[in-house]
Design a protein around this ligand. Structure first.
Ligand SMILES: *[C@@H]1O[C@H](CO)[C@@H](O)[C@H](O)[C@H]1NC(C)=O
Length: 307
């Protein structure tokens, strides 16, 4: 899927990344294996429907249930699309619908290729911005996020909120689950901060993301951790560099809730923010020399992201 040879762009990216990582990463601390929880096969398989929904974010379903792509989009039987949007270009595709099997409203945003997202994650001039106060009333001004992600989330925010309200009332649902991969993961994490600020109380939320970059600063990560509605799980695959970007040296931090997939395909639950155990993304991918962009799309328990 990706060219083997490094293009000029990738090479300059590589040099930028070497620069960013140099001197800022201490020797990895190897923590005892038993302190990190290994998920059982049964626990891993509970994520599979959400993996398919995250992959389906790359598709463009219509309200008539016609999906423009195959197996990953149609893997969860009975799913009812309520609304969809985006154009796969200026606005990432998104969809909102109802999944009868778990009685959840699902929100999914399309991701992007590593060679499109990496330049936005390694740019030394990344701008961090406050969340828009109209859409995010009451979020402290210390909370800063990547400007590109904030812009991408705002483009669909009003439409997604309206669709979630319609889905909740149409199906008398009380659960909202947000999913996404890559850029779509970042947008869904921002949606998971946004939606509870506008929807009625009594809704329970879950956020499950794949190959998610660091979205904001320490105050943002703390807000996500402290704000109990969000319930984040972010799954990082092997040596995918995206979960460890933008680098800690630029002031970006992952919230808690990490699951890291090992080379053995074991899934480990990593406590804390940016756990530096080598069983977790931050410890496993400490420098650009460990990067493998081919790991970005998965497979996540057998499911490869994309349309
Ligand atoms: C990483 O996980 C270990 C094992 O559970 C834990 O003791 C440690 O505090 C975690 N590190 C961080 C930075 O959260």
């Amino acid at each position: 899927m990706y060219p083997q040879a490094l293009s000029h762009r990738m090479f300059s990216l590589f040099l930028t990344a070497v620069f960013l990582f140099s001197g800022v990463i201490a020797a990895p601390v190897v923590l005892p294996r038993q302190s990190i929880t290994v998920l059982s096969t049964a626990q891993i398989s509970t994520y599979t429907p959400y993996t398919y929904f995250a992959s389906a974010g790359y598709c463009n379903p219509t309200v008539t249930q016609t999906w423009t792509c195959g197996a990953n989009c149609n893997a969860n039987p009975g799913f009812k699309t309520v609304a969809s949007g985006g154009d796969g270009d200026a606005v990432q595709y998104w969809f909102v619908g109802y999944y009868p099997a778990t009685e959840e409203v699902i929100v999914s945003h399309q991701g992007t290729d590593p060679d499109e997202i990496l330049p936005d994650l390694t740019d030394v001039d990344i701008v961090k911005v406050n969340l828009d106060s109209t859409h995010f009333p009451g979020v402290p001004s210390t909370v800063l996020v990547h400007q590109g992600f904030a812009d991408a989330q705002l483009k669909a925010a009003d439409s997604v909120l309206a669709a979630v309200e319609t889905a909740l009332s149409t199906y008398s649902a009380t659960k909202v689950t947000l999913v996404g991969h890559s850029l779509g993961a970042a947008i869904s994490l921002l949606d998971s901060v946004y939606l509870p600020l506008h929807l009625q109380s009594g809704i329970t939320y879950k956020t499950i993301t794949y190959g998610m970059p660091r979205v904001g600063n320490q105050a943002f990560a703390n807000y996500v951790d402290a704000d109990s509605p969000i319930h984040l799980t972010h799954i990082g695959n092997k040596e995918d560099p995206v979960p460890v970007l933008p680098p800690l040296s630029l002031g970006f931090v992952q919230a808690s809730g990490e699951i890291h997939i090992q080379d053995s395909n074991a899934w480990d639950a990593c406590p804390g923010q940016d756990n530096d155990s080598d069983l977790c993304s931050t410890g496993d991918v400490p420098t650009v020399f460990e990067w493998d962009v081919d790991d970005h799309d998965g497979p996540y328990n057998g499911v490869t992201m994309g349309c």
